[in-house]
Write a protein that binds this ligand. Structure first.
Ligand code: ADP
Ligand code: MG
Length: 436
């Protein structure tokens, strides 16, 4: 097989091994397109490992002409180590998702230059001078084009992979193509929808201030019902090809550009999960902001921008999604024969609104789940972690938990995105009672 491929000019086949420095250099030198893009002799290329994620290695390679990013999956969870194995096949799904997303939402994901199944490796466009949006938000940067870009990404990737846009057979082929990514889904099912609500060994929270809240969350059966319903939605609702991990750490941005990275959790799941990831993380950015102030009120205009972004995000997403539905409904859902004539068209238009209302409810609940897992579960985020004073951090986290719990349980009070931002604003200066 290998020699045949070589004879036909195809790439050499490799066994899995972690590619480091000279090995990586030699490997890339064999790939003509990549080597040309880098430029100069391979010995002169610089290689640095920049991965700050929880799972994989990411190398930045620079030549005399240009640079690339190389991502390689490890056979275990990087954050935890070899004791927690994880299939290399996630690199295949990440590659597949990047290719689909590039086709559905052009320009909003890094271009793939090369993929090697056996090495679980993807070479892609180097995003520069983009930074991880979460870091920008922590330092108080506003992103004027973000809402437009992310709503285009969300509306197009979600709508155009759903039964509203795609014939049933093709949609089911899509589900099948991603069904093998279940180990990554299981991480979500455990870490987001289960562990924060019982005393799982790997949970942590800002102790002792949040001890009582963590216990309350573990004893609250209303909450356990709500999160279990949500878990079932995540498991049993293949609505669209979702990114699966769309937090602000999976977005790289400049003032002018927005790129979505890291879709290794992609599979066919509920649309509200991606929407909730973005909105939940913006809510955390807003409520963590007080923890990053040097003087009271200095980040007010940034905070106002975040709240506006949350509101505009839903409004713009909703507008773009419905517009696609009106113009590009080529799927088998809502058959045209059932909505004939003017009366039919009017009824379908009303149903589109009802659909968006249901999707909004999902979005609110998934946002809440995303917030809770970052404060009581295993994987925390630097929005809170970088607040040095633990009592102040706990205060910001307690405000976020209070909002998230309400969003999960008092769903009728959060019928509009405005209700969400009003509630967030009301909690901005709320002082939790930590006792003692
Ligand atoms: P993980 O799956 O381990 O979370 P990510 O895909 O999130 O890995 O990448 C980890 C880090 O590597 C990112 O936070 C970012 O700093 C950097 N990175 C990833 N892809 C690129 C890219 N295409 N260009 C520049 N930097 C990148
Ligand atoms: Mg990541």
């Amino acid at each position: 097989m290998t020699s045949q491929l070589r004879q036909s000019g195809g790439p050499a086949q490799h066994e899995y091994r972690i590619l480091r420095d000279a090995d990586l250099r030699g490997y890339l030198a064999e790939l003509r397109a990549v080597a040309t893009q880098l430029g100069g002799p391979p010995e002169d290329w610089s290689v640095s490992e920049v991965g700050d994620g929880n799972l994989n290695l990411v190398f930045i390679v620079r030549g005399t002409k240009g640079g690339i990013a190389v991502k390689q999956a490890l056979p275990y969870v990087r954050l935890v180590g070899e004791s927690w194995p994880l299939p290399l096949s996630r690199s295949h799904y990440e590659y597949l998702a990047l290719v689909h997303q590039a086709a559905l939402a052009p320009g909003l994901v890094p271009a793939v230059l090369h993929h090697d199944e056996a090495l679980a490796l993807i070479a892609m466009e180097l995003l520069e001078p983009h930074i991880i949006m979460r870091k920008g938000l922590i330092s108080g940067v506003c992103y004027p084009r973000f809402v437009d870009h992310i709503t285009t990404f969300l509306a197009r990737t979600l709508f155009l992979s759903s039964d509203l846009a795609v014939p049933a057979a093709q949609k089911k082929e899509g589900i099948a193509a991603f069904a093998g990514n279940h180990a990554l889904c299981k991480i979500t099912e455990d870490l987001i929808f289960t562990e924060p609500y019982f005393q799982a060994a790997q949970n942590r929270w800002t102790s002792p201030w949040l001890d009582a809240t963590a216990i309350a969350f573990r004893e609250d059966f209303d909450l356990h019902v709500a999160i279990s319903r949500l878990k079932l939605k995540f498991m049993a609702r293949p609505e669209a090809l979702i990114h699966g991990d769309l937090h602000t750490g999976s977005i790289m941005a400049t003032e002018d550009e927005t790129k979505v990275i890291d879709p290794e959790f992609a599979f066919y799941g509920p649309m509200g999960f991606d929407l909730g990831a973005v909105i939940g993380n913006l809510i955390m950015s807003y409520l963590a902001s007080a923890g990053h102030e040097h003087s009271a009120g200095e980040r007010r205009s940034f905070e106002q921008w975040v709240l506006d972004a949350i509101e505009n995000l839903w409004a713009e997403f909703s507008r773009k999604f419905v517009e696609l539905w009106r113009g590009e409904a080529k799927g088998d859902a809502y058959p045209k024969t059932l909505f004939a004539g003017q009366a039919g068209a009017a009824r379908l238009e009303a149903e589109r609104q009802a659909y968006m209302d249901r999707l909004f409810r999902d979005t609110v609940e998934f946002s809440a789940a995303k917030i809770i897992r970052r404060i009581l579960g295993l994987a925390h985020n630097i929005d809170f972690e970088w607040i040095e004073d633990p009592r102040l951090r706990a205060t910001c986290e307690a405000r976020s938990l209070r909002l998230a719990r309400a969003m999960m349980l008092q769903t009728r009070e959060f019928r509009t995105i405005g209700a969400v931002t009003i509630a967030a604003r009301a909690l901005r200066d709320w002082q939790p009672d930590f006792g003692g």
